[in-house]
Design a protein around this ligand. Sequence first.
Ligand code: FPP
Length: 253
Amino acid sequence: MAIFGKKKESFKGRGLALEEGVIIPTHIGIIMDGNGRWAKKRGLPRKVGHREGAKVFRTITRYCSEVGVKYLTVYAFSTENWKRPEDEVGALMGLFKSYLKEALEDFKDDDIVVRFIGEKSGFSQELQELMDENVEIAKDRKGMVLNIAMNYGSRDEIVRAVRKIGDEVKSGALSPEDIDEKVVSDRLYTAGQPDPDLIIRPSGEYRISNFMLWQAAYTEFVIMDKLWPDFKKSDLDEAIRIYSQRNRRYGGV
Ligand code: FPP
């Protein structure tokens, strides 16, 4: 957690709108929802909504890094999204390819570390190679960690962790009485990262949609009545301000 404005030199002149004293969440998760509805409202194919959503993803990612967020996790494609019509899935795969080829290169100016969470093997060979290349290019960077959740489902993530633990118990590397919360956390895709402090869901839906179920035990939620392609930097500011005023008790008083 950082207090915005404490290190004046780090934000001076960058034109950021947050007031001094606002608490910046260390880890933000975003469920980038509403692309389809945004397109439908305009009589456009759903894939156009995803294209606009991808532009917003780029802008908001860089902005998170500028305001001092340390970890950002974006939900780009769930394990359930394969059920969508073939042309929509195809359009999303095309977007991922072009973004991994071009836009992620951009993140080098912001020193952003790129990671993927989810089951990579579900994607084409070409996409998997692009994902690996992006991770490799960014591995020595020191800035914000960006987790792109692709073919991600939190139940699937937990099942995989349980299987790993089972294997370790079977091989004698782990005894059942040593299994605690850390053992589970360390076998999730987000191993070693702090849990999200804030999850933002645009588009007005009050659902978690299989996103970071374990990690979100004490996360603050901000639901915003705006579709993702319309999401602006000022909306992120607003979500951070709301978060900053919450009283987090972690089950205490
Ligand atoms: C949910 O909106 C959005 C998705 C399933 C795709 C999100 C993907 C992007 C924004 C592209 C990101 C690109 C990269 C490279 C990470 P929806 O289609 O469910 O919208 P609806 O609820 O209005 O139908």
